[in-house]
Design a protein around this ligand. Structure first.
Ligand code: PRX
Length: 648
C-alpha cells in the first residue's frame, strides 16, 4: 500500500495548548486496562432507574451488550432530571429561523411540550416497541418528537428532510412503521420545500402507514387524507399532562438511523438506549469540555447522526444550552453563521469541513465583520479537513485562540471515536489529524491481510474492542451486520483508510469502499446507480466520486442508454431530475456522460474503478480481467470531448 507520510504535516498550535498529554494517556490507559471499573464510574454520567448487573456481555460477538439489565429512559435523562435539579428555567434550545425569527425554550418548556406530544402518541395507540418515522426539518418539533417517542419507548427512525420519496419509502418499508411525523413544508435558502407532498408520494409505495402527523411550519396548503392525516396542533391534549417515562432496558433500541452501504439498500443502524446514552454524553464532555454557562452550536442537520447525538441527546443529557438553526449557511448572506455566533455569543461551535470550505470562498471579510470573541472551542466532523482549511478556521474564526476539535466517527459508532479531548488533557494539535482515540477505543491500521502496518503507512482502520456507543445490529439484518463490519478483519471495520504517524496521531484518508462523501453527506454509489437505472432509459451505469475543492467529492455518472434510445439534449436533464425526485437533491450527479459501453469483467461486472481511473487521468491498474477493453478507449474519447467542449 502507498506511503502516506506526505500527509503528515506537524504544526502544533500555541504553547498553552501543549498540555496534559500525560493526563489524557492516564485516563485512556485506565479505560483499556480496567474497563469494568472505568465504565462503572463513567456510566453515571446519566441516571439509571435500575443499575446494570454486568458492564459488558461479550459472550456472543459481535453482538456486544453493555450495561446488561440496566433500566433507564433517554427522555427522562434529557429533561426530568434537570427539572428536578434546579435547571427548569435554563434555556435548552434557542431556535433561529432562516428569516431571523427565534424561539427560546427552557428545559421546563421542552418537558411540557414533550409530555403533551408523548400523550398524543399514546392516545393514537403508539406504544413501547413500536417503530415510527420522523421526517421533519430543523424545527423544535424535531427534538420534541424524538424525545416523546423515547419517553414512551417507541424507537424512531429519523429521515433527513433532504431525502426524496423513494428514500423515505425504503425506510418505512424496512421498519414497518405505522406512523410518520412530518411538516407541511420548510424553507431552504429562501425556497419552499413541500415536505408533506413528498411524504404522500413515499407512502404510495408502502403499506404499513396508518397515521401521518403534520406539524405546521410555513402555512402551506396541503392535502390532508381523511382518516390518515392529522395536524400536530389538533392532537395536543388540553390540561396538565404527565407521561411516565417507560423503563427501557439498556439494550432496547433508542432509534434506527439508515445510512448508505456498499449495496443499494441502506443499512438500518440500530442504537441502544443505555450504551449510546453513556457514550454520547461522555464523548461530548471529554472532547469539548462544555461549561454549564456555555452556548453550544452543532450546525448539522438533526436528520443525520451528528444531529441526533450532538444537537439532541448529548447536550440535553448534559443540561446545556444549544442553538438550532433552521436554514442554509449562506442565506441570506455568507455571514449567516457568524451573525448567529455574534448575536447569541456562541462559545462552542461545531461544523463540517465542507461548510468551512464554502465560506472560505467568500473571504475573510464576512467573519471579520463580526465579533467572534465568544468562541472558545471549534469543532469539525464528517470528512477529513485539509490542513489549509484547518488553519483558516483556527486563525480567521478562532482568532488563533481556540483549539480545533476534529472529531472522527460514524453513524455506526454513535459518537466520537477519535478526537482531541480538552477535558482529559489536550495534546498539541496537528492540523488535519483527529489525534487520539477516545477512552475505550482501540484503533488499529491493517493491510489487506489483516496485519498491522508500520507507522506512517496507509491502511484500513479497524476498532479492536467494543465500546458502549457501538450499534447493536442492522435492523432485520444480523447476518449483514456480521458480514459487512466484522468478517473481513475480525474486528469492527470502519470502511476508512487511515494512517498513524510516528507520534501516534491518527489521520483519516477517506473511504476505502464504494461510499462517497459529498458535502459531508454519506452517499452510496450503488444507491445512485440504482436510481439512474430505474429511469427506464438506461441500460448500464457507473457512478463514482471526483475530488472537489469545496464539496470534498463530486458525483460523476457514466451512462449507457438502452438500445434505440434517441439521444437528445434533454436526457441528461431528465436523468438528473429523476434522481432528484427519487432520492433527493443531494444525490444529483454533478456530471453525467453518455457512452456506448462500459468496461466490464468477463463475468459482466462493470469496472467502476477503471472508469474512475481513466476519468481522473490515473493508471487504471489491473485490467487483465476486462471483457471489453475497447470501452476504455471510448471513455477516454468521451472525456476528451468533454474537455474540448469545456475549452470552447
Ligand atoms: O469517512 C469517514 C467520514 O465520515 C464517515 C461516516 O459518515 P457518517 O456515518 O455519515 O457520519 C458522519 C458524521 C459522524 C466516516 O466513515 N468522517 C467522519 N468524520 C470524519 C471523517 N473523515 C475524516 N475526519 C473526520 N473527522
Amino acid at each position: 500500500m502507498e506511503d502516506a507520510s506526505d500527509r503528515i504535516i506537524s504544526l502544533p498550535v500555541e504553547d498553552r495548548y501543549h498540555t496534559a498529554l500525560q493526563s489524557y494517556k492516564k485516563i485512556y490507559n485506565e479505560s483499556i486496562e480496567e474497563p469494568v471499573s472505568f465504565w462503572e464510574r463513567e456510566a453515571n454520567v446519566i441516571d439509571w432507574f435500575r443499575k446494570w448487573e454486568k458492564v459488558l456481555d461479550d459472550s456472543n460477538p459481535p453482538f456486544y451488550r453493555w450495561f446488561v439489565s440496566g433500566k433507564l429512559n433517554a427522555s427522562y435523562n434529557a429533561l426530568d432530571r434537570h427539572i428536578q435539579t434546579g435547571k427548569r428555567n435554563k434555556v435548552a434550545f434557542i431556535w433561529v429561523a432562516e428569516n431571523g425569527d427565534e424561539k427560546i425554550v427552557s428545559y421546563d418548556g421542552l418537558y411540557y411540550r414533550v409530555n403533551k406530544f408523548a400523550k398524543a402518541l399514546l392516545d393514537l395507540g403508539i406504544k413501547k416497541g413500536d417503530r415510527i418515522i420522523i421526517y421533519l426539518p430543523m424545527i423544535l418539533e424535531a427534538p420534541i418528537a424524538m424525545l416523546a417517542a423515547s419517553r414512551i419507548g417507541a424507537a424512531f427512525s429519523f429521515v433527513f428532510a433532504g431525502f426524496g420519496p423513494s428514500a423515505i419509502a425504503e425506510r418505512i418499508n424496512d421498519s414497518k412503521a405505522k406512523l410518520v411525523i412530518t411538516a407541511d413544508g420548510s424553507y431552504r435558502a429562501g425556497k419552499v420545500i413541500k415536505l408533506k407532498e413528498i411524504v404522500d408520494s413515499a407512502i404510495a409505495e408502502t403499506s404499513s402507514v396508518t397515521t401521518v402527523i403534520v406539524a405546521k411550519r410555513i402555512g402551506l396548503e396541503v392535502q390532508m387524507q381523511e382518516g390518515r392525516d392529522l395536524w400536530w396542533d389538533d392532537l395536543i391534549p388540553r390540561g396538565s399532562t404527565y407521561v411516565r417515562p417507560e423503563e427501557m432496558d439498556a439494550n432496547d433500541p433508542l432509534f434506527i438511523l439508515y445510512t448508505s452501504g456498499t449495496t443499494g439498500k441502506p443499512k438500518g443502524v440500530v442504537h441502544s438506549t443505555g450504551g449510546y446514552s453513556v457514550w454520547v454524553a461522555n464523548t461530548m464532555k471529554w472532547a469539548f469540555d462544555p461549561k454549564d454557562d456555555d452556548r453550544w452550536w452543532c450546525a448539522a442537520d438533526i436528520g443525520w447522526i451528528t444531529g441526533h447525538s450532538y444537537i439532541v441527546f448529548a447536550p440535553l443529557f448534559l443540561g446545556l444550552t444549544s442553538i438550532i438553526y433552521e436554514g442554509a449557511i449562506t442565506y441570506p448572506a455568507p455571514d449567516r453563521l457568524w451573525e448567529i455566533v455574534e448575536k447569541y455569543r456562541v462559545n462552542l461551535f461545531y461544523t463540517s469541513p465542507t461548510a468551512i470550505r464554502t465560506l472560505i470562498r467568500y473571504g475573510k471579510k464576512y467573519p471579520e465583520d463580526h465579533d467572534l470573541k465568544s468562541l472558545r472551542v471549534l469543532g469539525t466532523v464528517g470528512e477529513p479537513i485539509n490542513p489549509a482549511v484547518w488553519k483558516w478556521y483556527f486563525e480567521v474564526i478562532g482568532g488563533s485562540r481556540t483549539p480545533i476539535i476534529d472529531t472522527y466517527w460514524q453513524t455506526e459508532t454513535g459518537g466520537f471515536v477519535l478526537s482531541p479531548s480538552i477535558a482529559l488533557g489536550l495534546a498539541p494539535l496537528k492540523p488535519g489529524s483527529a489525534t487520539f482515540p477516545m477512552p475505550g477505543i482501540v484503533p488499529k491500521i491493517l493491510d489487506e491481510n489483516g496485519n498491522e502496518v508500520k507507522d506512517g503507512k496507509k491502511g484500513f482502520l479497524v476498532l479492536n474492542k467494543p465500546w458502549p456507543g457501538m450499534f447493536l445490529t442492522l435492523n432485520n439484518e444480523p447476518d449483514r451486520f456480521k458480514e459487512v463490519y466484522f468478517n473481513r478483519f475480525n474486528a469492527y471495520y470502519s470502511g476508512d483508510y487511515a494512517v498513524k504517524d510516528n507520534d501516534g496521531y491518527f489521520w483519516l484518508l477517506g473511504r476505502a469502499d464504494e461510499i462517497l462523501k459529498v458535502s459531508g453527506h454519506r452517499l452510496g454509489t450503488i444507491e445512485i446507480e440504482d436510481a439512474i437505472i430505474s429511469s427506464n432509459d438506461v441500460a448500464e451505469v457507473a457512478v463514482f466520486g471526483r475530488p472537489d475543492e469545496v464539496k470534498g467529492e463530486a458525483i460523476i455518472a457514466f451512462v449507457v442508454l438502452k438500445q434505440g434510445f434517441d439521444i437528445s439534449g434533454d436526457i441528461i436533464y431528465s436523468l438528473r431530475q429523476h434522481v432528484r425526485e427519487t432520492l433527493g437533491p443531494i444525490y444529483v450527479p454533478d456530471e453525467i456522460h453518455l457512452v456506448n459501453a462500459l468496461p466490464k469483467t468477463r463475468s459482466g461486472k462493470i469496472m467502476r474503478r477503471v472508469v474512475k481511473a481513466v476519468f481522473l487521468n490515473e493508471v487504471p491498474g489491473d485490467i487483465s480481467t476486462l471483457e471489453n477493453s475497447a470501452s476504455v478507449e471510448e471513455i477516454r474519447q468521451a472525456i476528451e470531448l468533454v474537455k474540448k467542449e469545456a475549452l470552447r
